[in-house]
Design a binder for this molecule. Structure first.
Ligand code: SF4
Length: 456
């Protein structure tokens, strides 16, 4: 399908072809689903809301509930305040959420709806003990990662309070990762005996079991009370500059909770940094079970070394995820040749360049606000041995016959990814399994008959 992508690259300033990102409200909707009893609400037309729900449903293979202000021509001209007012009344009456998390769309942003004022005007229609919060998510700025970050920051701005009594907890902001990753982070925190609030938490929401009964609000998710109480924590750990840091800064500003940003714990080095940080909080030795997992990972890194060493890799996707993957493939002896994200921002290039310099790697092309069309052109000019990213890269992988590992968001054409982590030592073990399998599959598929080995 992409066989005709030309090798010659042209400088494009105003055109993206297959951008390595999707639109802001999708991230905002995902963040809201990580709050217990929350109904995400899209302030715009029905089409946007349907698209956002569909993308999340296709990735998580779960029905994603969200409401919409259902803009038609009238609201598009005169503003959507009246629609919002009706929506809030109807939603609390019909769907009974604990909280409504409103995000905007390109349409409501373009006509200039003042959501802050509109939300303050609907407060009389909000039942006691229930909440309506909002964030602005114009999709012509940033990406779904920006929308995710904006939404969790807004939850903090609206809800978190410093009551003056410390709760002894650590707020852990996991960033835009899957429910399997959130479960893994909670497991690590539990093994290390750290009282925590993971926020948001989509485990138990977007990986819930089939029970035969429909639950509008599954059992998972950070509770509103936990978000309020996050203002009394002793520390906030933001795991990811792009998707988690803004909310941690807001908590520090609003509630004086000290914060620290770490990278998303993908790969051995980033996980080491997280474990070291957690150990410094507990003043205890790292539990043996965590050391054991690390030892297993190191063993596997050595076992698989001959298949990874010197291999060239192209990585694309969300900035916090791509940064972790880049560092990890280097620790496996691979060379990241092309590293891109669709999310704009200079920080991405700075972070990747710092990793490359630290490891003495030169000649890597790094780009933010980039697209898959250009990545394909780069690959045509300099082929790679492995491609890592979301489902959208499958066309490049097919056109160039590159072993392909699906990591990130969205994964629309495979199953079960939402259950398994890519974070922590266990997540790194899983990544090695996925990467080595596709490389070995290609060797099996393309080698000469006499080289076709049972044991590899
Ligand atoms: S109009 Fe904007 S918010 Fe709606 S789907 Fe398109 S990019 Fe997303």
């Amino acid at each position: 399908m992409l066989d005709l992508t030309p090798r010659e690259t042209l400088e494009r300033s105003a055109l993206r072809i297959n951008p390595a990102k999707t639109c802001q409200p999708i991230g905002a909707m995902y963040a809201a689903l990580g709050v217990h009893g929350c109904l995400p609400h899209s302030h715009g037309s029905q089409g946007c809301c349907s698209y956002h729900r569909m993308q999340l449903t296709r990735h998580y293979k779960e029905p994603v509930m969200a409401s919409t202000s259902s803009f038609t021509e009238g609201a598009s001209v005169f503003g959507g305040g009246a629609n919002m007012k009706t929506a809030v009344k109807n939603i609390f009456e019909l769907y009974e959420p604990e909280i409504i998390a409103v995000h905007t769309t390109c349409l409501s942003e373009t006509i200039g709806d003042d959501l802050k004022t509109i939300i303050s005007q609907v407060q009389p229609d909000v039942p006691a003990g229930k909440y309506v919060v909002h964030t602005n998510t114009p999709s012509y700025v940033g990406s779904h990662v920006t929308g995710f970050s904006n939404m969790i920051k807004s939850f903090v701005s609206y809800l978190s309070e410093n009551s003056g009594h410390k709760n002894g907890k650590v707020n852990v902001l996991p960033g835009f990762v899957d429910p399997g990753d959130m479960r893994e982070l909670k497991r690590i925190l539990s093994v290390m005996e750290i009282k925590n609030t993971l926020f948001p938490d989509t485990s138990g929401v977007l990986d819930s079991p089939m029970t035969g009964a429909f639950e509008m609000y599954p059992s998972g998710g950070t509770t509103v009370n936990e978000i309020i109480d996050a203002g009394n924590a002793k520390l906030t750990l933001a795991l990811g500059t792009f998707s988690a840091e803004a909310a941690a800064i807001e908590l520090e500003k609003k509630c004086k909770v000290p914060m620290k940003t770490l990278s998303t714990p993908i790969g051995i080095e980033a996980t080491d940094r997280l474990i070291t940080e957690l150990a410094s909080i507990t003043y205890k030795a790292v539990p043996y079970s965590i050391e054991e997992e690390r030892g297993q990972l190191v063993d596997l890194m050595l076992d698989s070394q001959s298949y990874f060493n010197g291999k060239k890799v192209a990585i694309y996707g969300d900035p916090d995820i791509v940064t972790g993957l880049t560092e990890f493939v280097i620790s496996l002896g691979m060379i990241p040749k092309f590293v891109i994200t669709g999310t704009p921002g200079d920080t991405f290039k700075r972070q990747i360049d710092a990793i490359l310099i630290k490891n003495g790697i030169e000649g890597t092309k790094v780009k933010a606000a980039a697209d898959l069309f250009e990545l394909h052109q780069w690959i045509k000019n300099e082929p790679v041995d492995l491609l890592i990213g979301n489902t959208h890269g499958k066309y490049i992988a097919r056109a160039e016959d590159i072993p392909f590992v699906r990591v990130g968001f969205p994964i629309l054409d495979r199953f079960a990814h939402q259950y398994f982590p890519i974070v922590g030592y266990r997540g790194a073990i899983r990544l090695i399994e996925m990467m080595s399998n596709v490389i070995l599959d290609k060797i099996d598929r393309t080698c000469l008959e006499e080289d076709f080995e049972l044991v590899m």
